[in-house]
Design a protein around this ligand. Structure first.
Ligand SMILES: Nc1nc2c(c(=O)[nH]1)N[C@H]1C(S)=C(S)[C@@H](COP(=O)(O)OP(=O)(O)OC[C@H]3O[C@@H](n4cnc5c(=O)[nH]c(N)nc54)[C@H](O)[C@@H]3O)O[C@H]1N2
Ligand SMILES: Nc1nc2c(c(=O)[nH]1)N[C@H]1C(S)=C(S)[C@@H](COP(=O)(O)OP(=O)(O)OC[C@H]3O[C@@H](n4cnc5c(=O)[nH]c(N)nc54)[C@H](O)[C@@H]3O)O[C@H]1N2
Ligand code: SF4
Ligand SMILES: [Mo]
Length: 715
């Protein structure tokens, strides 16, 4: 070998061996698995690999999304410079010009139409620091009452239910390590096997310890397969099903009288109501047999320890709030809360589904889960922010209702951060038409999402590998996501972008932070004394303790892992039970001759939400390149549909076309379509706009539809 060749190979080997690692957390679901990116430099390019890191929640595991998360970060479509729209096309601009454009347009809009003509729409992928800052930005920099976020579609039913029943909303009332101690577990409307895969071993350990698992879902899924009993409920009837369980529990005396007496209110009203119901009518309404109802109720009632978990299947209903309240009735009646192996969990969804809903992104909320209409809370936060209380806006409206205000012309400008509303909102065609009417839309994103395509200005933000900050995971554990990779191009962090816009609008003195930790230290003070009290949590303590549970009111407090051991958070320390009707008074779509099938929507393991990130990840995109409709073989036969063919699905609001996937794993009266795809496969074009009257959650899980094979339409 010549010297030259030898030199070449030696260099090549050396380059392969140059390796860098970056510690971080997965950018997707609420497990917030700790991970490490390994970057290897080879001769011509860089190679990347993600591996799990040990931690008390995911214990080093990663699912397929985490393993491939880095792929979107390095995708060539990533936006690296600010872009403005000129003649319908995006062209590169400078940060300076971007800020000038914002100042000119926002000032003109507010001079003409008032402060509330501007709005903010956020997301629960943001760090706690950024979610907090976005709330402050809306109220202090824009002085608008209009701010809400995508968690309205995610957690609002369970959050409102827990707040009213227990006096505080933390997704899990206990830590994950209690799961293996539970003797009976209900998994209602949750598909953890696909949505929080790394949680599964906790349930597998419970099973090894002899737990009886009951799953409630209209479909058979990876999750229902671990169950001993699967109640294949008709979509939207969970409230009635729980009434059936309560009836058996009461009739058989499986209640905890001491707990009811000492810790709860509302027992008499509840038993009087349940006494008026029959198991036969509940079988008729829910499609679950009296025998199965009895089996489930006895299993739950007879065991000493037990837990109930709900997720979006129960909650994304126009009576989602009441359905969750009924599960909370059940946990209180049987006294299965505040003790080892017991508890309730609304399994949070997004990476910061928990923290994102605590610090002021919500229309009626101030940091620390305070209320924007409460005079004491207003006074406290105004002081922390250094503004006059009179300047602090009042409450606005929920996410979808903001879209209605946009359509009506009351809202004329918007800052959209970490959401893709024209794919994720119900009644999506209306939402798209509404956003097109805005005078000025600024989106802050890593990609030109479907909604960003409508923007006047797109500002490029950093990814999970670049942006440090805290996330509150599904346990209520505040974790610190380390991030050390340099931002590409001219990309900035979300918090830096908000500070820059605020400064441009003359509000610099309220937004002088030099790091995420600076913002967190202000959040600690803003949340002090609130329901979600983070005061005792610091970056250093999180690092030392591998995450800390809130509430944590002081620096010598260790955080609260198990809640409600002695009392609930209401003034009289008691939890509240209420009667829940079988059929809600809220309008719910009913099957008809024209729309004879129930459509329910949800997720697949490889894709995440509106798919903007996972569709950019080749390894994930390859697993499901397009959407599908899951339907029972007998249903397929009735409609003349064969497997893997294009099917038109129509509701009162519109039509989409997706490919069939015939499966015995779904009820005959129900079809399922995931919502990770846009345009002609956007299932939210079919979903109605009706909202739960208490929490303003849309009914993503029940739409009535008709289906037709495309072939038939051609012939
Ligand atoms: N792979 C993946 N993981 C994710 C996400 C993702 O998009 N992809 N998103 C994250 C987010 S933000 C969230 S909120 C969570 C969501 O997590 P989940 O709530 O577990 O997910 P979904 O698939 O929406 O719904 C769960 C189950 O509810 C069932 N269901 C439908 N209608 C009903 C009903 O009326 N009653 C009952 N009991 N069940 C019903 C569906 O068949 C489905 O299996 O997942 C998080 N994790
Ligand atoms: N039919 C139906 N519809 C649903 C649901 C359902 O089950 N069925 N589920 C609902 C639920 S639970 C949810 S949570 C919503 C979610 O739906 P969306 O709120 O639309 O959430 P994403 O699809 O995650 O959109 C996130 C956007 O923000 C960008 N992004 C990601 N991380 C960051 C970040 O750190 N900063 C910034 N600035 N941008 C970022 C992404 O690139 C993407 O464009 O959808 C809801 N819609
Ligand atoms: S998607 Fe969720 S379960 Fe999967 S690696 Fe990421 S955080 Fe963990
Ligand atoms: Mo969600």
């Amino acid at each position: 070998m010549t010297d030259l060749l030898l030199k070449y190979f030696r260099t090549k080997q050396q380059e392969v061996q140059s390796e860098k690692t970056y510690d971080t957390q997965c950018p997707y679901c609420s497990m917030q698995c700790k991970m490490q990116l390994i970057e290897q430099s080879v001769v011509t390019r860089k190679k990347y690999k993600s591996v799990g890191r040990d931690n008390p929640t995911s214990e080093g595991r990663l699912c397929v999304k985490g393993l491939n998360a880095h792929q979107h970060v390095f995708h060539r479509d990533r936006i690296k410079f600010p872009m403005k729209k000129v003649d319908g096309k995006f062209v590169r601009t400078t940060w300076k010009e971007a800020m000038e454009l914002i100042k000119k347009n926002f000032t003109a809009i507010q001079e003409k139409h008032g402060h509330d003509a501007l709005s903010c729409y956020g997301g629960a992928q943001l760090t706690n620091e950024e979610a907090y800052l976005f709330g402050k930005f809306a109220r202090v920099a824009l002085k608008t009452k209009y701010i809400d976020y995508n968690g309205r579609f995610c957690m609002s039913a369970a959050a409102t239910a827990a707040n009213v029943a227990f006096g505080v909303d933390r997704g899990l009332t206990t830590r994950l390590t209690e799961i293996p101690k539970a003797q009976v577990i209900i998994l209602a409307g949750t598909n953890i096997a696909e949505c929080q895969p790394t949680i599964m071993p906790y349930f597998e350990r419970a099973k090894e310890n002899g737990a009886f698992i009951i799953a409630i879902d209209p479909r058979e899924t990876g999750t229902t397969k671990i169950a001993d009993l699967h109640l294949q409920v008709k979509p939207g009837t969970d409230a009635a099903l729980v009434n059936g369980l309560l009836k058996v529990i009461l009739d058989e005396g499986y209640i905890d009288e001491k707990f009811i007496e000492q810790r709860t209110n509302g027992y008499d009203e509840l038993i009087n109501h349940v006494a008026t119901l029959t198991l036969e009518e509940i079988e008729e309404q829910t499609g679950v047999t009296v025998e199965d109802i009895k089996k489930a109720a006895s299993a739950f009632g007879q065991k000493e320890t037990g837990m109930i978990f709900t997720a979006r299947g129960v909650e994304q209903q126009v009576d989602g709030y009441m359905a969750v309240r009924n599960f909370l009735n059940m946990i209180m009646l049987t006294g299965k809360i505040g003790k080892p192996g017991c508890g309730y969990g609304a399994i949070t969804g997004q990476g910061n589904g928990q923290g994102g809903r605590e610090h002021g992104q919500k229309a009626d909320q101030l940091p620390g889960y305070r209320s924007i209409e409460n005079p004491e809370h207003r006074a406290y936060i105004s002081e922390v922010w250094g503004i006059d209380e009179n300047e602090l806006p009042r409450k606005g409206v929920s996410a979808y209702e903001m879209m209605e205000k946009v359509s009506e012309g009351e809202i004329r400008g918007m800052v959209l951060m970490a959401s893709n509303p024209i794919v994720s909102n119900p009644n999506a065609t209306f939402v798209k038409n509404a956003l097109e009417k805005l005078d000025f839309l600024v989106t802050i994103d890593m990609f030109v999402s479907e909604t960003a395509q409508l923007a006047d200005l797109i500002l490029p933000t950093s990814s999970y590998l670049e942006n440090e900050g805290t996330f509150t995971n599904l346990e209520g554990r505040v974790t610190l996501r380390e991030a050390s990779k340099e931002c590409p191009g001219e990309v900035k962090h979300d918090w830096q972008i908000l500070c820059e816009i605020a400064a441009t609008l003359g509000k610099e003195k309220y937004f002088t932070y030099s790091s995420s930790e600076d913002i967190f230290n202000e959040l600690r003070i803003a949340s002090k004394g609130g329901i979600a009290d983070y005061f005792g949590i610091t970056y250093d303590r999180i690092r030392k303790k591998e995450g800390m549970f809130w509430p944590c009111p002081s620096l010598d407090h260790d955080g609260t892992e198990i809640m409600f051991e002695e009392s609930f958070a209401h003034q009289d320390q008691k939890g509240i039970m209420i009667p829940v009707p079988n059929v809600s008074e809220v309008k719910k779509e009913k099957v008809s001759e024209q729309y004879p099938l129930y459509l329910t929507t949800g997720r697949v393991v490889a894709h995440y939400l509106t798919g903007v990130l996972t569709r950019k990840s080749p390894a994930l995109a390859a697993r499901n390149v397009e959407s599908h409709i899951q339907l029972h073989p007998e249903t397929a036969q009735i409609y003349g549909i064969s497997d893997n063919e294009l099917v038109s699905i129509e509701s009162e609001r519109g039509k989409i076309v997706v490919r069939s996937q015939i499966s015995t794993e779904i009820r005959r009266d129900t079809v399922f379509v995931p919502f990770h795809w846009a345009d002609s496969q956007n299932v939210n074009c079919l979903v109605p706009k009706d909202l739960d009257p208490t929490c303003r959650m849309p009914g993503f899980k029940v739409t009535t539809v008709n289906i037709t094979p495309m072939v038939e339409m051609v012939n």
